[in-house]
Design a protein around this ligand. Structure first.
Ligand code: PMP
Length: 311
């Protein structure tokens, strides 16, 4: 692909050339039952979250000082932990309190982002969960890095990744685990190809999702998205967008899709907490529809913004 892709590093370099990706000084982190300065927020090298990716997380938005879809995110957090038999040492109300405390400590009254993480905690070097003590939970609240506005105007250029999405009966993509290597490698492949994003197919060649967003196509006025059984994260934004589509009167279906469905789609878009709704206008060098963000994609974006701003 010849066109320029989004260069986050370039933008970060402009803010802090010495260490473009250093956390913001003064940032406060919730860790081990208290809020501490980011410099003191340290995790042991014996933490199984680090050693084995043994843990779960959530990425959550704050709009106008309020946590967006908090109940849904907490539910998924608890479900992910349950799937891994990771016993959270706090109730979900306490987790919610921790998130609000962190927001207050960082003076977030407008928009922001929360990263909520639970790891298996410190243990012996073996993988056994029996030799770990207590899960580590931490909360980061910060500004969110977004796709620049021009991406929403021109749409994402995607490749279809050569990497197979994790099998639903292996490391299930429905579990938002700390093991994101499948996604990381696909994103790397997209960048190497000069694309913005990668669409991943599963072991049967069915469409799943992007590396950090769910995927929708529109054809003949129908809004379609793969079912969770294909191996996708059950996105909070995905559920809301399905609801908004139905409210507009469009048929919305969970349907198995293959590569050809992407090539013949009238519209395509991705959904996620960070990206919200972002049009996809090119897939494997083929324009999606007329190569511009689609009409229904734009309508859903308007509805999403209206919903978000009404809360
Ligand atoms: N798929 C993957 C793999 C994700 O990591 C995410 C979250 N970034 C999504 C889909 C979108 O989920 P949500 O709308 O809940 O953010």
């Amino acid at each position: 692909m010849t066109t320029a892709t989004i260069d986050v590093k370039e933008r970060a370099m402009q803010t802090n050339p010495a260490n473009p990706f250093a956390p913001r000084p003064g940032l406060k982190i919730w860790l081990g039952n208290e809020v501490v300065p980011v410099e003191e927020a340290k995790i042991s090298v014996f933490d199984h979250g680090l050693l084995y990716g043994d843990g779960v997380f959530e990425g959550i938005r704050i709009y106008n000082g309020k946590i967006f879809k908090e109940k849904e995110h907490l539910r998924r957090f608890a479900e992910s932990a349950k799937a891994l038999r990771l016993e959270l040492p706090m109730t979900l109300d306490q987790v919610s309190d921790a998130m609000h405390q962190t927001m207050r400590a960082n003076g977030i009254t407008g928009d922001g982002y929360i990263r909520l993480v639970a790891t298996r905690g410190v243990g012996l070097l073996g993988i056994s969960t029996l030799h770990t003590a207590c899960p580590t939970i931490f909360v980061i609240t910060d500004k969110i890095s977004l796709y620049p506005p021009e991406v929403y105007e021109r749409g994402l250029r995607c490749i279809i990744s050569s990497l197979v999405r994790n099998h639903p009966n292996s490391t299930p993509p429905r579990v938002k685990s700390l093991n994101y290597l499948n996604n990381v490698m696909a994103k790397l492949e997209a960048k190497d190809a000069g694309a913005d994003e990668a669409i991943m197919l599963n072991f049967e060649g069915h469409v799943t999702e992007c590396t950090g967003d769910n995927l929708f196509v529109v054809r003949n006025g129908e809004i379609l998205t793969p079912p969770t059984s294909e191996g996708i994260l059950e996105g909070v934004t995905r559920s809301l967008v399905m609801e908004l589509g139905r409210k507009r009167g469009y048929p919305v279906h969970e349907k198995s899709l293959v590569r050809h469905d992407l090539h013949v789609a009238d519209e395509c878009f991705a959904t996620g907490t960070a990206a919200e709704i972002v049009p996809i206008t090119e897939i494997n060098r083929r324009p999606v529809g007329d190569g511009k963000p689609g009409r229904i994609t734009k309508q859903l974006t308007q509805d999403f913004i209206a919903y978000r701003d009404s809360l």
